[in-house]
Design a protein around this ligand. Structure first.
Ligand code: FMN
Ligand code: SF4
Length: 404
């Protein structure tokens, strides 16, 4: 069994502040206060921490940019919306180590000089939201929020329940949702670090990303680099579901082979896996030696996304799976831009025809054309990635990899 870093308290969660402090908690926050905002940003940057929400953007660069902004009104947002099919690692992180996530959030607020933070939790995650509310109350009552705001002022943290749509996890749509509007994405640039929540400089980070921060600040930048690979330092959480005997959340250092994750989850004799969530790619047994790192996935034309893996046995009809994914995207498209609003519907119709064996013969060609249009002309990441899994399935079929 590998050493567990992010999940180290999962078997015996520290759900009150005294237990958390007794297990080494709050040392990162104390060190952050001692070394100052600039140094915290430097350490996080040097650690090589990459965002775990899907895009893998360097966290330190984001924080540095907000810290250096001219405006004094700045925000920090914790993205706990987690609504992609097959993704549940943030819920496990929140429910088993809420204080570590909140400590990372407080350090982040301090580092960027935010006076107000929002914790945006998926609406269906009632238990996690209640727990977070209670933990935040304990931290505040014990004085841990005092002096973290700009120029030693107060920090306010507000909990918000998500709007019940996948698109509300997209950062700009999430800002709109907090502001009280429909959760619809906005064109970028400007990026959130320049004009985010309420059009002010904003750092937005995923739950798993900030959970790494207390240890990084406490032990220094080299600590994270003690795990994983040079280009993907640290460990990663994976949500594993589908045809496995032990579905659940698993932690591995970056660079561990995909086969190791499958063995942990009891996934055997598979036809394929979908790695990276609904917008991920299908991988087949000849790729199960792939190192699970950002660069390892990229070399195989795959993506880790936020770490969702769905396993499929030899009896699974992967066109039916693609049809379900197509239905998801058509349903979740916010409808704001034509390539995505119309494209995801046409894509779903063609996938339905293929899954039911009533295609006219030109669907694959049309799906690839549609994929190009949606990728190039959509406003946000949903439209950009709605065809990724479909494209990988067409390619795999062409190589004769599908069962039956
Ligand atoms: C359609 C869509 C849904 C998303 N949903 C989430 C989500 O539920 N949680 C999340 O952390 N990031 C989600 N993201 C990514 C966020 O926009 C953003 O990149 C992320 O919160 C940044 O945090 P990180 O740098 O820590 O990864 C989503 C992106 C898209 C395009
Ligand atoms: S790409 Fe889709 S989800 Fe994104 S803004 Fe356009 S219609 Fe909405």
């Amino acid at each position: 069994m590998r050493e567990q870093v992010l999940l180290r308290r999962a078997q015996a969660p520290a759900l009150d502040l005294a237990a958390y402090a007794a297990s080494g908690g709050l040392a990162g926050l104390a060190r952050a206060r001692a070394i100052g905002r600039e140094e915290v940003c430097r350490i996080v940057g040097e650690s090589g921490l990459l965002g775990r929400g899907g895009a893998g953007f360097p966290t330190g660069r984001k924080w540095e940019s907000v810290r250096g902004a001219a405006e004094r009104e700045r925000y920090f947002v914790l993205n706990a919306d987690e609504s992609e099919p097959g993704t549940f690692k943030d819920r496990v992180m929140l429910e088993t180590d809420p204080f570590m996530v909140l400590e990372g959030l407080l350090i982040g607020c301090y580092a960027v000089g935010a006076g107000r933070a929002y914790v945006y939790v998926r609406g269906e995650y009632r238990a996690a939201a209640e727990l977070l509310g209670r933990c935040l109350g304990e931290l505040e009552a014990a004085g841990h929020l005092a002096g973290l705001g700009p120029e030693g002022g107060p920090l306010e943290v507000e909990l918000r329940l998500g709007g019940g749509a996948y698109i509300c996890g997209e950062e700009t749509a999430l800002f709109r949702s907090i502001e009280g509007y429909r959760g619809e994405p906005m064109s970028k640039p400007p990026f959130p670090t320049v004009a985010g929540l309420f059009r002010r400089p904003t750092a937005i980070d995923n739950v798993e990303t900030v959970a790494n921060v207390p240890d990084i600040v406490r032990h220094g930048p080299q600590w994270l680099r003690g795990y994983g690979t040079e280009r993907s330092p640290g460990v990663k959480l994976y949500s594993v579901s589908g045809h496995t005997s032990r579905p659940g959340v698993y932690e591995l250092p970056f660079g561990a082979p995909l086969a190791e994750l499958l063995a942990l989850a009891g996934a055997e004799d598979l036809q394929a896996v979908l790695l990276g969530g609904a917008a991920g790619t299908f991988l087949f047994p000849q790729d199960f030696d792939m190192p699970l790192s950002y660069e390892g996935a990229q070399e195989r034309g795959a993506t880790l996304g936020s770490g969702a893996l769905i396993a499929f046995d030899r009896d699974a009809n992967l066109w039916r799976v693609a049809e379900r994914l197509g239905r998801f995207f058509a349903h979740e498209s916010c409808g704001q831009c034509v390539p995505c609003r119309v494209g995801t519907r046409r894509q779903h119709e063609m996938l339905e025809a293929l899954a039911e064996g009533r295609g006219l013969g030109d669907e694959r060609e049309l799906l690839l054309e549609l994929a190009e249009v949606m990728t190039d002309a959509s406003i946000c990441g949903l439209g950009h990635t709605a065809a990724v899994a479909v494209r990988s399935l067409i390619e795999a079929e062409g190589r004769g990899l599908l069962a039956g």
